[in-house]
Design a protein. Sequence first.
Length: 366
Amino acid sequence: MPMNPDPRLRAAGKSDFASCPGLAARVWHSGAGARRALRLGLVPLAIWCVAGAPGLCFAAGREKAAMPAEGTRAADIVIHNPSVPAMPIRLDVDRVIVPVTVVDEEGKVLTGLDKNDFKVFDDGVRQTILSFSTTDAPVAVGIVFDTSQSMADKIQKSKEAVLEFFKTSNPQDQFMLLVFSGRPYLISSFTGDYESLLDQVLFAKPDGRTSLLDAIYVGLTRLKQDNADRKVLVVISDGGDNHSRYDFRDVRKVIREANVQIYSIGVFEPLEYRSQTPEEADGPSLLAKLADISGGRAFSVENPDELPDVAQAISHTIRNQYVIGYKPSNLVRDGRWRRIKVKVHPLPGKPFLRLHARAGYYAPTQ
C-alpha cells in the first residue's frame, strides 16, 4: 500500500495511517471483512502500525520545523528546544577571514594601518597573513529592532537611528529586517531596497514583552545561511529580555557557528532612573557580552537624541575594518573550536589600543 497518497497530507508532513488500528478494527467487524482483512494484509498492517511505526500512526499533525518565511512570526516556527542538541555546523575552512576593528583610548576607529602592523595567532600559533584589505566591501546586514513596550519612549529616535544607518551604508549592501516584542517577526529577507524596510520600521508601534535573545538567535541563523564574506547583525534594544525561550548559552553557540559580527545599540534610562528588574539591570552587560564574543562592538545610549549619531558611528566602523585572511597551519580536521587572537604593534602616541575581532572558528571535520 503506498504511503501518503493524499498530496495534502504529504505537504503537511502527516500520515494517512494516523488511525491504522481503528481502520483494521472496523474492517474486521464488518461481516465478511475478517477474511478480506487477512487477504488484504490489514491485520498485519495494524500490528505493524502499533509495533513498528508508532511515529507514523500516532504522530498525525506533527510537522517539520522550517525557517520563517517573510511576514511570519519567526518564533512560531523556529524557536524550539530539541531534546537532543543539534550538532554545530562545521565549515570546510581553507582560509580564515577575520574582520578587525582597531579603536584608540577614546573609542575612535583607527585607520591607516598596514599588514605589517598586525599579528594573528591560531590556538596560540602565529600565522602567516595571506591577504589584507581595507576596502569597503558589501556587507550582509541584519537589523534586529526592538518594538516591545519598554521601548515606548525611545522608539521614535530608534527609528531615526535605523534611517541614519541605511543612509550611510554601501549601496551594494543587502539588508534583512527583524522586529520583535513578545516574539521575533521577520519583516523581510535580504534586499537592497532599504527604503521598503524603512517604511516597515516607521509604522512599528511598541507593545508586548521583550524576546531579545530569541530575536538575535533567529537573526544569526538567517545570516549564517548567507554566502556573503562579511556579515553583521545590528541590534537596537534596551536589553531587558523577559520573554525568550533561548538563553545566553544558546545564542553564544550560534554566534560561534555563524561568523557574524554583532553591533548593539543599547538604549537605556539614566542609571538613577532605571527600574532595576533583574532583566533590565542585566541589559547592558548582556548586549556587551554578545558583541564582544562576535568581534563586534556594543554602544550604550542614555539620551535617545544620540541614537542617530551612534548608528552613523557603527556604519563608519563597518566601513573602516581591516580584513585579514590566513590559511591555518593546523590542518587537522578534528571539528574542534580554535581560538583566534589578533594583536597590533604599539604605535607612537597611541599606547592604548583595543582590537575587536572574532574569537575563533570551528575546524572542518572532513
